[in-house]
Design a binder for this molecule. Structure first.
Ligand code: HMG
Ligand code: MG
Length: 300
């Protein structure tokens, strides 16, 4: 099972508190040190849209990168790609949506326009040997349009695959999905995109993320996105919530004897440190349970 840690990007982009560049770097390095094979490190997006990601170039410049760990960054257009190139990134993620309204709100263009913007990005990435992951948002619901048809998800996921993405991550952006709907969506998408090329990205707004992940594992999904301490969500925005917590995912998989290569206690410690800086409590029951019994410094 391959876990993509998205806390430093998806988690921190939604936190009302600010984390210094130095702390972000330490967080990413700790997560990579915990054995996570991929740690999403930031986003080259407009700082007016997402101010929390404005220091991504500084983060990438100072980060001590481990051999064998991927540090993808989000790139919405060629301006973002040029910035990613300058930062010597080896992997990027492009992000589209299965809902027109969300596409407009998130990246200020239609789904068709977003795909057109991705074409030169994909070409430039291929020419430079940069790997590209693709995201589809709103796979189980849209905050503006409500239910989203699985066929719409399959269509955009298929297009991202055809463009050359090595993996497509299916995002339940607002965490409204339940297991049977998640399986139905995976069934539709995997008729178009091989299941081995799919990952799932659940936000835990309604507390369904772990159940949904298990349902998707039953379908053969082998890629999971998660966020240390369940970071993300805005306490001032009613109902908003972060990604499923990495600690919760790893604890469940450990219990099922499914190998991840991830050190649960090390992820928990990384989460505690960043939560202390943000002045918040981890949104992970596993993290809280471990906090009650593990020494914060690992006993060193
Ligand atoms: P726009 O305003 O339509 O862009 O935004 P524009 O091309 O008209 O340019 C406007 C200004 O932005 C210009 O600057 C550009 O230089 C600048 P100005 O002249 O006004 O000073 N600009 C940029 N600056 C930095 N980096 C760039 C860039 N591009 C243009 N790459 C744009 C379009 C896509 C840029 C904007 O809408 C944007 O940045 N959106 C990002 C939104 C975002 O990051 N959302 C969160 C990530 S997605 C997510 O969380 C979902 C996911 O987790 C999966 C899931 O859960 O579903 C992945
Ligand atoms: Mg997300």
């Amino acid at each position: 099972m391959r876990i993509v840690e998205v806390g430093p990007r998806d988690g921190l982009q939604n936190e009302p508190g600010t984390v210094s560049t130095a702390l972000k770097i330490a967080f990413i390095e700790e997560l990579a040190g915990a054995g996570l094979p991929a740690v999403e490190a930031g986003a080259f997006v407009s700082p007016k849209w997402v101010p929390q990601m404005a220091d991504t170039a500084e983060v990438m410049a100072a980060l001590r990168r481990r051999a064998g760990t991927a540090y993808p960054v989000l790139v919405p257009n060629m301006a973002g790609f040029e910035a990613a190139l300058a930062a010597r990134v080896e992997e990027i993620a492009i992000f589209g949506a299965a809902s027109e309204s969300f596409s407009r709100k998130n990246i200020n263009c239609s789904i068709a326009e977003s795909l057109a913007r991705f074409v030169p990005v994909m070409q430039a990435a291929k020419a430079r040997g940069i790997r590209v992951r693709g995201y589809v948002s709103c796979v189980l619901g849209c905050p503006y349009e409500g239910e989203v048809a699985p066929t719409a998800v399959a269509e955009i996921a298929g297009k991202l695959l055809d463009m050359g993405c090595y993996e497509i991550s299916l995002g339940d952006t607002i965490g409204v999905g339940t297991p049977a709907r998640a399986q139905a969506m995976i069934d539709e998408v995997s008729a178009r995109v091989p299941i081995a090329r799919l990952a799932v990205h659940f936000h835990d707004t309604y507390g369904q993320a772990l159940a949904n992940i298990l349902a998707c594992l039953e379908r053969g999904i082998a890629g999971i996105d998660s966020s240390a301490a369940g970071l993300g969500g805005c306490p001032y925005a009613k109902g908003a919530s972060g990604n499923v917590a990495t600690e919760d995912v790893v604890y469940m998989l450990d219990g099922m004897a499914i190998a991840t290569g991830v050190d649960l206690a090390a992820v928990a410690r990384a989460g505690w440190r960043v939560c202390a800086a943000l002045g918040r409590t981890p949104a992970s029951k596993v993290s809280l349970a471990l906090k009650a019994k593990l020494p914060a410094d690992g006993g060193h």
